[in-house]
Design a protein around this ligand. Structure first.
Ligand code: X90
Length: 277
């Protein structure tokens, strides 16, 4: 029996130590350039090209064949995708799962729609691993993780929402909130997997305070949190310090956004995945 975890690259997770884990990349496209979201993608260079060409850019999700290739060989598979409300990744993974089962009747495969992305997907992956380490069966793991997903959230704090709006992931009117210089928009992945705006803030200090307050308002009590930043390590570290100051035992980790999340979160963006009650 071989056990495998697969996620799309919007998780920003490309490797897991001692686990059979693989990612399927999303792609960022601009005028014939295709940037594949892998750890070797030079994101600063991608941003430079996108900025210089100034023409239409977009993204595309993995197709079902790419998911199928990633499942291949495993007898128990857990797959985790970006929210099905904003991407076709989940639909493609489901098609692949059905095909995989049709060909290999004995395999078990479960696809989780994170209704979110980035660090919240990482929390889901961590939970799958935790269940496996405890020796839980496939079915027990699926049940525990489905319950767990109800107790995790994703907040985002963005300086610009241009790429989200231009690609139809949020309305132009909402995106304008973050358009003014020095204003950051704070929002949350909603229960149905869409972007929901919460606050707008001027200045870094106010921004970080408001993020922590929004975490608490949505049920954070000092458990696990992962902060992913797009070229904004200073803010990520300050936010971590604020969280730990308030909740001494909080387990907070900082990671970098990969290609897909960097494209949409844009320079300076923060994504915070966290557990809540
Ligand atoms: O299929 C594709 O082309 C991918 C489309 C992805 C669109 C959204 C990506 C969002 C990335 C920005 C802030 C957090 C959003 C919360 C999601 C519910 C990160």
């Amino acid at each position: 029996m071989s056990f495998k975890i697969v996620a799309d690259s919007s998780s920003n997770l490309y490797y897991v130590d001692k686990y059979d884990y693989s990612f399927v990349p999303l792609k960022i496209n601009c005028e014939g350039h295709e940037f594949v979201d892998t750890p070797s993608l030079d994101i600063a260079e991608m941003n430079r090209v996108l900025y210089e060409t100034k023409s239409r850019s977009g993204t595309s999700c993995p197709n079902s064949q790419e998911w199928l290739d990633a499942f291949n060989g495993a007898s128990e598979v857990f797959a985790v995708t970006i929210t099905s409300k904003l991407s076709g990744s989940y639909a493609a993974a489901k098609v692949a799962a059905d095909e995989y089962k049709a060909v290999n009747a004995a395999v078990k495969i479960c696809v989780f729609d994170s209704l979110s992305t980035g660090p919240e997907m990482c929390l889901i992956i961590e939970k799958i691993i935790e269940c496996d380490k405890k020796g839980m069966s496939f079915e027990e793991t699926e049940a525990v993780v489905r319950e767990y997903i109800k107790h995790t959230h994703l907040l985002f704090s963005l300086k610009s929402m241009n790429n989200l709006a231009r690609n139809g992931r949020i309305s132009m009117a909402k995106a304008k909130i973050a358009g003014v210089l020095g204003i950051r928009a704070i929002g949350i992945a909603s229960e149905i997997g869409t972007l929901e705006m919460l606050h707008k803030c001027r200045g870094e200090a106010k921004n970080l305070e408001t993020i922590l307050q929004s975490m608490i308002d949505t049920g954070y009590e000092g458990a696990r949190a992962i902060i992913s930043h797009c070229f904004n390590i200073e803010a990520a570290e300050k936010l971590k310090a604020l969280i730990v100051e308030k909740f001494r035992k909080a387990k907070v980790e900082i990671t970098k956004t990969g290609g897909l999340c960097s494209f949409y979160a844009e320079d300076g963006g923060l994504l915070i995945g966290y557990e809540c009650k």
